[in-house]
Design a protein around this ligand. Structure first.
Ligand code: FAD
Length: 382
């Protein structure tokens, strides 16, 4: 009995996204031995960078995500934040080009634009550096038998309830401008999240460190289907986003629009999140949400913080070498109890934030009454 307990507990994580990596680091901190199976190649390899179709270039990380990163690895959290650009408010762009800055917080709290790949790569570096974490890339998990602790891996799909919304998104680059000395400059205020609300669709832009912006156009599939030619794309942008079109430039716009993938928006809800003492779903696997609240990843990182605290609280982490007074069954029971508690108590919060994210799409698209007024004027009398 004691020799079993002297071996480290082993955890298998499916997916080396940011949440999987942070979970691996948290479990390793609790004394577990962790294997991560990732279906894709290592995204740090130059060949992966070219092929990679990450879901967005940058994303907003908030207090929720930062607290979770700090709880597991404060030094890494500080490093990530050094590369982030604080956005202190949102900037609404009306059709006529007026700007309305709306500060997020009186006390200057903000969200932070961070390069998604840098964050994921940083977390992969941290996980790879841990002697208790092994990452197997190009290993897609195709089946799991939780009762017999058996995983089937394909060297080189989990189907369940997912809702596709009727809109898709496409990413477009707004290149940096140049000042008189030829240095790159931001074409918009970098300390805002820029929004062009246009009722049934919208454009947003987040700043990047190289002084470009990544713009994301969210629109119904039927609208995007109508934008197939350079002429149609330019004329549509000219009509609805004239200031953004000037900043992006017609050539860049058409090139990105025709080349970049159109991506679906998926909303996942599941319950419970665990299976006995064997498995737990974290991050997007448990609760992918539409990105309009900017909280998908933040919530996934928070899952790790919450679970990690529960493992410590329920004494699961204590079952490491030397803890000979505890039987394996005791530890399995504590683990089952921690996972069950997580499922029951986390569900309400996750459902709430998924719903808030969906509601915020409506709010963001309509967030400036002028937009509607101008659209009505454009449409002419009915
Ligand atoms: P992922 O990043 O999806 O990683 C999962 C990993 O698992 C992948 O590498 C995948 O290859 C691997 N995998 C999957 N299945 C298997 C398998 N069977 N076997 C092996 N490996 C597998 N969130 C925010 O907090 N702020 C934002 O501003 C924000 N903006 C967004 C903008 C857009 C346009 C979109 C689409 C999303 C945005 N999000 C944002 C949400 C955020 O991207 C996700 O919540 C986050 O990436 C989830 O991280 P994850 O690690 O759970 O999953």
């Amino acid at each position: 009995m004691s020799s079993l307990l002297e071996r480290k507990r082993k955890a298998v994580i499916v997916g080396a996204g940011p949440v999987g990596c942070l979970a691996a680091l948290a479990l390793a901190k609790h004394g577990w031995n962790v294997e991560i199976y990732e279906g894709r190649p290592d995204l740090r390899l130059p060949s992966s960078k070219v092929a990679s179709q990450q879901r967005s270039i940058n994303l907003a990380i908030s207090h929720r995500g930062i607290t979770a990163l700090e709880a597991v690895n404060p030094a890494a959290a500080r490093r990530f934040l050094q590369d982030a650009i604080p956005m202190r408010g949102r900037m609404i762009h009306t059709l006529s080009g007026e700007l309305d800055s709306q500060t997020y917080d009186r006390d200057r709290q903000c969200i932070n634009s961070i390069d998604r790949a840098l964050l994921n790569e940083g977390l992969l570096d941290e996980a790879s550096a841990s002697s208790d974490v092994q990452i197997l890339f190009n290993h897609k998990v195709t089946a799991v038998d939780f009762d017999h602790k058996f995983i089937t891996v394909q060297d080189n799909t989990m189907d369940y309830s997912q809702e596709y919304i009727k809109d898709e998104y496409i990413e477009l680059k707004m290149p940096a401008g140049r000042n008189v000395d030829g240095q790159p400059v931001f074409l918009l205020d970098p300390h805002h999240l820029h929004i062009w609300p246009r009722h049934s669709f919208m454009l947003i832009a987040l700043p990047n460190k190289d002084r470009s912006f990544t713009c994301t156009l969210f629109a119904p599939i039927s609208v995007l289907d109508g934008l197939r030619t350079p002429e149609a794309i330019i004329s549509w942008f000219h009509r609805y986003f004239p200031d953004a079109l000037r900043a992006i430039g017609e050539k860049v716009l058409v090139n990105d629009f025709m080349k970049n993938p159109r991506c679906p928006l998926i909303c996942t809800k599941s319950s419970p999140y665990h299976y006995k003492d064997r498995a737990i779903l974290l991050g997007d696997a448990a609760h992918s949400m539409v990105p309009f609240y900017g909280q998908g990843l933040n919530c996934g990182l928070e899952d790790v913080r919450v679970l990690s605290a529960l493992l410590a609280q329920k004494g699961v982490a204590a079952a490491t070498p030397g803890d000979v007074a505890t039987s394996i069954n005791d530890v399995d029971e504590r683990l089952a109890s921690a996972l069950s508690y997580y499922s029951e108590n986390r569900h309400q919060d996750l459902v709430a934030i998924c719903d808030l994210a969906m509601d915020n799409y409506v709010e963001m698209r309509h967030s400036y009454q002028f937009a509607q007024t101008h659209l009505a004027a454009l449409a002419g009398p009915t």
